[in-house]
Write a protein that binds this ligand. Structure first.
Ligand SMILES: [Zn+2]
Length: 236
């Protein structure tokens, strides 16, 4: 089976996306690119995450041609391909319809630096203009908006998070949904105080100084969670 491990991880994190409340039903999609081989494992179209197996996960090349798997790739394949072409640093894409990020996207708002954890994406989370789902027009809007950010909101639709691997992209999606919820709640009762740009630059420099990416410091087990907390993990 081509890309066996990556396909298994796509299926596993699809279930986690559902369990974490980042999507419902068959909404959202994930992919993980093997840059060396130019192949992408991408969640299939129309399969419920709780039933998805590694064999269900489609394999396509960077032009979107089907290389393995019986099922068609996600209908949102165009923006996955566009992101891999546009951002050589990106090897994984997670797309969610998580409720708070999507709420802000429906208002056509960006997410400012209301909490320092927005630094998982960048100094803010930008907004991509609306286009019909699954279209090349939407893929162009995503590429136009994302810049060097690790997340982007899709107007009237949802959110995309990217990373150097699928666990990292997934963690960005989780953190940005949390920041979106905090922003929404803060706006509901008052005027959120936004961190200045120079402070976000310091935060992102600190994230980088903990390792190559802040996400590497995410506690994965109780044991390394203790170790990381003692070092002042940005996510702790
Ligand atoms: Zn979607």
């Amino acid at each position: 089976m081509m890309l066996k491990n990556k396909r298994a991880t796509v299926a596993r994190l699809g279930k986690r996306m559902l369990a974490a409340g980042l999507t419902t039903g068959t909404g959202g999609n994930l992919s993980w690119c093997d840059r060396r081989r130019g192949l992408i494992a991408v969640s299939p179209s129309g399969v419920a995450y709780d039933r998805m197996t590694a064999a269900d996960v489609a394999v396509v090349d960077l032009e979107g041609r089907r290389m393995d798997g019986d099922l068609a790739p996600s209908s949102e394949l165009p923006f996955h391909l566009a992101l891999y072409r546009h951002r050589p640093d990106v090897a994984a894409v997670v797309h969610t319809h998580s409720v708070y990020a999507t709420t802000l996207a429906c208002l056509h708002w960006e997410i400012p630096a209301v909490h320092y954890l927005v630094g998982f994406a960048g100094p803010k989370v930008p907004l991509a203009a609306y286009a019909t789902y699954g279209t090349e027009a939407l893929a162009r809007n995503v590429v136009d908006a994302i810049g060097s950010s690790n997340a982007v909101l899709l107007a009237n639709h949802g959110m995309i998070a990217v990373g150097a691997d699928l666990e990292k992209a997934f963690a960005v999606a989780e953190e940005i949904e949390l920041v979106a919820r905090i922003y929404y709640q803060a706006k509901a009762v008052g005027t959120p105080q936004i961190l200045p740009e120079d402070e976000m630059q310091r935060v992102m420099a600190r994230f980088r100084s903990y390792g190559k990416k802040p996400l590497e410091e995410r506690p994965q087990t109780a044991q390394n969670s203790l170790k990381i907390r003692a070092r002042g993990c940005p996510g702790a």
